[in-house]
Design a protein around this ligand. Structure first.
Ligand code: PH2
Ligand code: MG
Ligand code: MG
Length: 167
């Protein structure tokens, strides 16, 4: 349709282990909707053991969205949302009120500092794979294997599905 920007399918991982974790996940989704990122589906909310272990447990989820933003615009927008929700620079892999990571951008492969797509650690992270398997049943873009298969390899220890809904 003339005048309508092309929208791309993207998959975003959400995580929180500070403050009102569930509210941070929900607020992030509201903020995305206000920023040209239309969330179509959301996984369950999972409570997951932190990696590394010296911090509080996380709530994790994965959403599938459509966006007209290009990858670097999407990254900048997600960073701005993280900041609005109280995220400040902390140690790598340390506690945070909200973390928003781009897992996939269509079936595109991208290696441009500071953005690598697909996210480089998907296959080794149960806390990403468990919610991802709920919203992406088939073979994953670029990686080729279904999330469920990758999850079976890393195991489901420390991953607990909750009854909370995001949408
Ligand atoms: N995110 C991290 C580091 N460790 N652990 C869990 N369980 N969930 C996360 O989302 C997570 C983590 C860095 O982004
Ligand atoms: Mg992360
Ligand atoms: Mg991040």
């Amino acid at each position: 349709v003339t005048g309508q920007a092309e929208r791309h399918d993207v998959v975003i991982a959400l995580g929180s282990n500070m403050g009102d974790r569930l509210e941070h996940l929900r607020a992030a989704i509201r903020e995305m909707a206000a920023e040209l990122i239309q969330v179509q589906r959301a996984s369950s909310v999972w409570e997951t053991a932190p990696v590394p272990a010296d911090q509080p447990p996380f709530l994790n989820a994965v959403v599938v969205a459509k966006t007209a933003l290009y990858p670097h615009q999407l990254l900048a927008t997600l960073k701005a949302i993280e900041h609005r929700l109280g995220r400040r620079k902390g140690r790598r892999w340390g506690p945070r009120p909200i973390d928003l990571d781009i897992l996939f951008y269509g079936d595109r492969k991208l290696e441009e500092e500071p953005l690598t797509i697909p996210h480089p650690r998907i296959a080794e992270r149960g806390f990403v794979l468990a919610p991802l398997a709920e919203v992406c049943a088939g073979p994953l873009p670029v990686l080729g294997a279904p999330a469920k298969e990758l999850l079976a390899k890393v195991g489901e220890e420390g991953l607990e599905r909750t009854d909370e809904a995001l949408l």
